[in-house]
Ligand binder design. Structure first.
Ligand code: PLP
Length: 434
């Protein structure tokens, strides 16, 4: 569920008319709903009742400082993947002590920064990484808390680029080699074994792969608790969201109308299936959801530049492009596209919705049915809160989009649209060209 809905003819985020936001700050602009994020966080927490659970929001999904602060205020820690993300947590006034550091290629400088800020644990992906973390901890005169990431070799049934728990991808250590990795870890003088981790993929829409993975690794987790006294088990993130019926899924009625076997994953279903499996382990459970926390809490606003009518094909050219929201070009993903002003007297239009970038991949939707809209009117790309702004680039010298956070009837700019001067501020013409 989420807080984007039509009030009268106009799309609102909570109590804010999105056309007013587009008018004030221009487009393309990302708008996020604070209430939706809070609701996602609380529902997940409630679904896990009975466990000693700690949510570590996977901030790579959306790392705007305001959003980090919002989650920190709710009690969340962070799953972070770079020195830059450590600095973001600090800049947001949040605590690195409740955060975990993931990723296959942490540099010595990043490890040092994490240690200085008393990271909760490193999630280690390989044996050479154990040696590196041990070395850096030694030079800092501390012990580094670690957990090893196990690859449970289950198929998450999601897009190939976002599946991570199969044995043929780069993440984690296969279950059959994990015992040896822990035996290696315990010999390092500057490491403390604190837990165990897994993460099987992203945008999972059924609970079965999560259940399969937990069942598969639980005996090993219990053994680690006995042998090394580990205190936590991180089961990763990956809970999916609704993209296709994004707008409708804001209402409970839509969920109630879905046949039980086709209902997308909810935090309640997720918790109900996993709590009974996890509780007997008697460990703290960490969760690292990113997309679920913010995905349906964001919309990308764009302006229609032209309606280009072709022979047998119409194109809606908008001012947002693949540099602002790369998911359709990168993952062939679907985003529902809705007019900010709904008018039932308009005809329906079938069109490709495209951006202005010189690449045929700059296409948000093919042959999409949409209400007829013309130049100067606005569209909203739903479910754009996760991996939207975070994956944006400046391709075609298009500055980064603006970001706005809504809470109730108030809203504030949380990231100004990037200026040309800012974009080129690090660039220089060398003396030998002058
Ligand atoms: C990306 C990632 C997550 C978050 O994935 P979502 O699908 O956004 O929930 C969690 N843990 C790890 C290790 C990741 O790499």
């Amino acid at each position: 569920m989420h807080h984007f809905h039509y009030t009268g003819h106009d799309l609102h985020c909570e109590s804010v008319d999105l056309a007013a936001v587009a008018k004030l700050y221009g487009t393309p602009t990302y708008v996020y709903s604070a209430a939706t994020m809070e609701e996602n966080y609380r529902r997940l927490q409630k679904g896990l009742a009975g466990l000693d659970a700690q949510l570590c929001y996977a901030m790579k999904a959306n790392s705007n400082l305001a959003i980090l602060r919002h989650f920190a205020n709710l009690g969340s820690g962070f799953d972070l993947v770079s020195g830059g993300e450590i600095r973001r947590v600090l800049a947001a006034g949040a605590d690195v002590k409740r955060s975990v550091f993931a990723g296959v290629g942490k540099t010595e400088a990043e490890i040092k920064l994490a240690l200085e800020n008393e990271i909760f644990a490193f999630h280690v992906e390989s044996e050479p990484e154990l040696a590196r973390i041990n070395h850096v901890a030694g030079t800092c005169g501390v012990k580094a808390p670690i957990a090893i990431r196990i690859n449970p070799d289950v198929d998450a049934h999601t897009h190939a680029k976002i599946t991570t728990g199969k044995s043929d991808n780069k993440f984690g250590i296969p279950l059959k080699h994990a015992a040896a990795a822990y035996e290696a870890a315990v010999k390092y003088p500057h490491l403390t074994i604190k837990g165990v981790q897994m993460h099987i993929g992203s945008q999972l829409t059924s609970v079965e792969p999560f259940v399969e993975a937990v069942q598969k690794v639980s005996p090993f987790v219990a053994e680690l608790k006995k042998k090394y006294g580990i205190t936590y088990f991180s089961i990763g993130g990956g809970m999916g969201i609704v993209y296709r019926d994004a707008l409708a899924s804001g209402d409970q009625a839509w969920w109630d109308a879905q046949p039980a076997d086709q209902r997308p994953l909810t935090p309640e279903t997720y918790g109900a299936a996993l709590v009974p499996l996890l509780k007997p382990l008697g460990l703290k459970i960490l969760l690292e959801h990113g997309r679920f926390m913010v995905g349906n809490a964001g919309v990308l606003l764009a302006r229609v530049e032209h309606l280009k009518r072709g022979a047998g094909k119409n194109f809606l050219v908008v001012d947002a492009a693949m540099n602002d929201l790369v998911r359709p070009a990168m993952y062939e993903s679907f985003h529902e596209i809705v007019p900010l002003h709904r008018d039932s007297s308009r005809r329906a239009l079938t069109a490709d919705v495209v951006g202005p970038i010189c690449e045929s991949g700059d296409c948000f939707a093919k042959d999409r049915q949409i209400q007829e809209v013309g130049e100067g009117e606005h569209l909203g790309f739903m479910s754009a809160g996760a991996y939207g702004y975070a994956m944006a680039s400046r391709y075609n010298t298009r500055g980064m989009a603006a970001e706005v956070l809504v809470k109730g009837s108030t809203f504030e700019l949380i990231n100004a649209r990037e200026s040309f001067e800012h974009m080129v501020s690090g660039e220089r013409i060398p003396a030998f060209l002058k």
